[in-house]
Structure formats: C-alpha cells, structure tokens
Design a protein around this ligand. Structure first.
Ligand SMILES: Cc1cc2nc3c(=O)[nH]c(=O)nc-3n(C[C@H](O)[C@H](O)[C@H](O)COP(=O)(O)O)c2cc1C
Length: 227
C-alpha cells in the first residue's frame, strides 16, 4: 500500500493525529510506503488559468505542485490534515489545494483516483473541525477519489502536549478504527453512485467542450469520450 500524507503544518495536534494514523496503517500493513509533504508557506494560486488552458506545467508554482500531485496519483491512500482556523481550513492547505483544480471532475481527472481512499483530519479547540473535514472531503470528491473517511476532534488545547490523556485515548480508538477500514479497502474502494453519475454527465459536457480544448483532448485520450 502506498500512502501520501499532506500536512498543513509540520507539528501540532492535527499533525500528531495524522502521525497516529500513519502508525496504525503501518501496524496493519508493515510494507506500506509513506510519503509526507508539508504545505505550510505554499504560494497562493495565481489564478492565471494556465493549468486549464495551456497545461499544468505552465503553472508558476509547478515545481512545488508536481511532486505532490505525482505522489497522490501513485498512492492508494491520501491523507489531508489541517487544523481548524476561524471555523475553516487553513490558508496554507487551501493555497495548496487550489493548485489541484485542473484535476477536478470538470477538467482532467486522473484515472488513478478510481479506487483511491482519502482521509481528512482536523483538530479544533472547541468548534469547527467537522466543517473542516467536510471541506476536505469535498476536495477529495472534486478530485474524484472513491472514498473519504473523516477524523474530526475537539482537543480543548493550543498544543498536543495540552491535550488530556483520556481525550488522546479516545482519539487513538477512532484512529485505529479508521486505519483498519483504510487497510481493508485499499485498492478496492469504489466511487459513489452520485460521483459516477456526475462523471457520466461530464462526458456529455466534455464532448461539447470548445472552451478548454486540453480538457476535451484528455477525456478523448483516456477513452472516456470518442474522438
Ligand atoms: C488562527 C487560529 C484560528 C483558530 N480558530 C479556531 C476556531 O474557529 N474554533 C476553535 O475552536 N479553535 C480555533 N483555534 C484553535 C485550534 O483550532 C486548535 O488549537 C487546533 O487543535 C490547532 O491544531 P494544530 O495544533 O494542529 O495547529 C484557532 C487557532 C488559530 C491559531
């Protein structure tokens, strides 16, 4: 099993929960290969539309995006972990995720997403972690991943060291459960009927696409629409 973990920060409670999950995945699949990235300081999307119109290699931040998107495509499981900031996802994580727009279902979704499992993780002081994992789940949906598990926790602390032991034990149990599901479903997860319906509808849209010819050519190249 190949796993890519994309952390909003290199430390903190959310990173610690992601670390727990990686540890549990390694326990159930000792040969799991893990690649990790930190997107703190990621430059915001320039909004130049180059990825859509000319190709992702024309993105001004291609050098930063390319290794991560390649790791995502090569993985069975992708973890996105992000603290809750002002009831939403961190600016750093959003800055990174905006660069993946060209891989959304309306553009050039990658065939490797078909059986991919996502895991969305967030911690919050009190409120908002569920909204963050819901937002991260939408990103996995847009990228056409098969499945997304969510781990959202209120930790009542500024730092992982502040988090009470009973809370850590509760988190550990939820993480173990998710790790088991991830290990069992790796390479086998299937997309929801709703996502399959959207992808089918996109075939009609793409066959008429004269606004982003690169997208249409991609769908033709994959054999999803006729030439
Ligand atoms: C800029 C900022 C905004 C925050 N916003 C919220 C919030 O809206 N709700 C909340 O309960 N906690 C909020 N917190 C607290 C964090 O969500 C909480 O401490 C979280 O566990 C931090 O995760 P980390 O250790 O991975 O950074 C905020 C913290 C920061 C730094």
């Amino acid at each position: 099993m190949k796993v890519t973990a994309i952390h909003s920060k290199p430390l903190g409670s959310t990173h610690a929960v992601a670390g727990m999950l990686l540890g549990e995945i390694k326990k159930s699949s000792p040969d799991a290969e893990v690649r990790e990235f930190v997107v703190a300081g990621f430059k915001p999307c320039a909004g130049c539309f180059s990825c859509f119109s000319k190709g992702e290699e024309h993105c001004p931040h291609y050098g930063d995006v390319h290794p991560i998107i390649t790791a995502i495509e090569e993985s069975d499981v992708v973890i996105l972990d992000c603290p809750t900031y002002c009831l939403g996802i961190s600016g750093a994580m959003k800055s990174f995720l905006d660069h993946l727009g060209y891989r959304w279902f309306a553009h050039r979704p990658h065939p490797s997403m078909k059986h991919k499992i996502g895991v969305a993780i967030s911690t919050t002081g009190t409120l908002g972690a569920k909204a963050v994992t819901k937002a991260l789940k939408s990103q996995f949906f847009g990228l056409t991943a098969a499945k997304c598990y969510r781990l959202s926790f209120s930790v009542a602390g500024f730092d992982w060291n502040d988090v009470k032991d009973n809370k850590k034990r509760k988190i550990a149990r939820a993480v173990q459960k998710t790790a088991r599901k991830v290990a069992a479903g790796s390479g086998r997860a299937n997309r929801s009927l709703y996502l399959r319906f959207i992808l089918r509808a996109m075939r009609i849209v793409q066959s008429k696409n004269d606004w982003f010819p690169l997208d249409k050519a991609w769908w033709q190249k994959q054999g999803w629409i006729g030439t």
